[in-house]
Design a protein around this ligand. Structure first.
Ligand SMILES: [Zn+2]
Length: 245
């Protein structure tokens, strides 16, 4: 699997619809927020993609080429079905008609059943803009009589993962048991050396220790080793009570 960088949606070849598309403001947000759930669903045979909206650069220890190779390594750790980068501008991400069309075009071409967006409350303006943009693009993707590529398409659901820069006491809608996929999540995050290892304090708790503590806390709430929280604005529909722990 290779990362498709800044390839326009119209240039993407025909592909089977994705089960899930995680849309991330920056490469590493999808891994931080829901790397365990991504790995879990892929292990169950689901087709899961990640669309990074920007390169995430510049950062203090990163560069575009370094971040790209790190993103490749992270994608391999999760065994992603597809990954792409929309080529929008880092630090200047805005919801405009143009950016809405770009994201809607990816939805029309990739046809994900469900879309995952960052949680709507955050301190990082790119994240807040991304959530707004993804929600609007989901609606925009179903328009007919447009010059967007692909056919009109409406992802059935939009759900929200937590990758936030505020110390919120969050109340998630549900928590996924990721106990068997923590190692894959940790490997995917550790791939971003320039973000989480280089120049970081090596005294415990390191940033990776903190992430483990968090996952452990969510796991504790569902009586499992590790968990990952999610939010939904619309009620969550269950086909039965079988998968409730
Ligand atoms: Zn981010």
């Amino acid at each position: 699997m290779t990362v498709v960088l800044t390839e326009a949606p119209a240039d993407l070849g025909p592909t089977d619809p994705l089960d899930m598309l995680v849309v991330a403001p920056h490469p590493d947000d999808a891994e931080l927020g829901m790397g365990g759930t991504i790995a879990k669903m892929i292990s169950l045979g689901w087709r899961v993609g990640v669309l990074d909206l920007t390169t995430g650069e510049p950062t203090p220890h990163g560069s575009e080429s370094l971040r790209r190779s790190e993103t490749n390594r992270a994608s391999e750790a999760l065994k992603l079905t597809w990954r792409g980068n929309a080529g929008l501008e880092n630090r200047r991400l805005l919801h405009t008609l143009e950016t809405r069309e770009v994201v809607a075009s990816y939805f029309r071409v990739l046809r994900p059943k469900w879309v995952f967006a960052p949680y709507w409350q955050d301190a990082h303006p790119d994240h807040v803009a991304a959530t707004d943009l993804i929600e609007a693009a989901r609606f925009w993707a179903k328009l007919s009589k447009t010059d967007m590529p692909g056919e009109p398409f409406h992802p059935e659901r939009v759900f929200y993962y937590y990758c936030i820069h505020l110390r919120l006491a969050i109340q998630p809608s549900w928590i996924v048991d990721i106990s068997d996929h923590w190692d894959a999540k940790l490997a995917s995050i550790s791939a971003y050396e320039s973000q989480f290892i280089t120049g970081r304090d090596t005294q415990p708790p390191t940033i990776l220790d903190r992430l483990r503590d968090e996952a452990s806390n969510w796991g504790r709430l569902i009586n499992r080793r590790y968990g990952e929280p999610f939010a939904t604005k619309e009620p969550l529909a269950l086909s039965s009570l079988e998968s409730v722990l």
